[in-house]
Design a protein around this ligand. Sequence first.
Ligand SMILES: Nc1ncnc2c1ncn2[C@@H]1O[C@H](COP(=O)(O)OP(=O)(O)OP(=O)(O)O)[C@@H](O)[C@H]1O
Ligand SMILES: [Mg+2]
Length: 269
Amino acid sequence: MSQTYRTFFGLSKEAFPANIDIDEILVTPEVQGVKNRFDYAVRLGSSIVITGDVGSGKSTALRYAASSLHPSEYKVFYVTATTGSIIELYRQIVEELGIEKTSSSRAIMMSTIKNEIKEFVQGKKMKTVLIIDEASLLRMEVFAELHTLVQFEKDSRTWLPVILAGQPTLVDKLQYRTSIPFASRVVAKSHLEGLDMAGMKSYLIHHLKLCGVDTNFFSDQAITAIHQGSGGLLRKANHLARGSLIAAAIEKSMSVSAEHVRIASSEIF
Ligand SMILES: Nc1ncnc2c1ncn2[C@@H]1O[C@H](COP(=O)(O)OP(=O)(O)OP(=O)(O)O)[C@@H](O)[C@H]1O
Ligand SMILES: [Mg+2]
């Protein structure tokens, strides 16, 4: 799509990008809520669950929460569930641990992971955190086994807090009988709702500021249209906001209208 909208509005970079830096994250009450629960789980060595619809800001909130853990003190393992199988999950954790040669046996992989965690905690005197993003993709067998990964020695030492994030179906999976041993270690959960109207306005203004602009180009009607069209979900709001800026620039209008948002919405799903 045209870059001329940037020149037209005087934006220093692409507006509403997919990737933002940690210091560009808008710390909404929900993002702060995720961070508070994250810190709580890390302190206790327990687990938390973060849910939200696609594009609600889960991964961003996790990145924000994890960024405050100092790398000299904490070793954070961040994996994103893909196929959902337990072997794949272990493989990803092993890779995060930096272990090159591994077995393909599930039991050996699990014991390798636990030994490494033990070495971090007892040998290197570091604290460990496991973040599993897209955890709603994990198969039931994973939830049934996850508690054995976090249990160390007879007194079930809490060395590996686990942060699970995923779509709302994650909660259903944790309610199965077979998931109870892990679910019983969950000390808090947070559901990311879409932003409300006031939150959406702040969000749009925040992103314009990231492009070096202090003017709010979005009319109140445009903000309402973006809010309704996105259901408050941020990725969709990003596309509508950027698309409507492009539509406004084509008409040489410095004010984005609801009609510009409608044009943008015809381009996306
Ligand atoms: N607090 C925030 N401040 C600024 N931008 C944000 C914030 N949260 C999310 N975004 C932006 O919204 C988009 C979607 O966010 P994110 O990828 O975190 O959502 P998600 O819930 O993890 O989505 P998915 O379900 O697809 O994994 C990203 O482009 C991100 O940059
Ligand atoms: Mg995500």
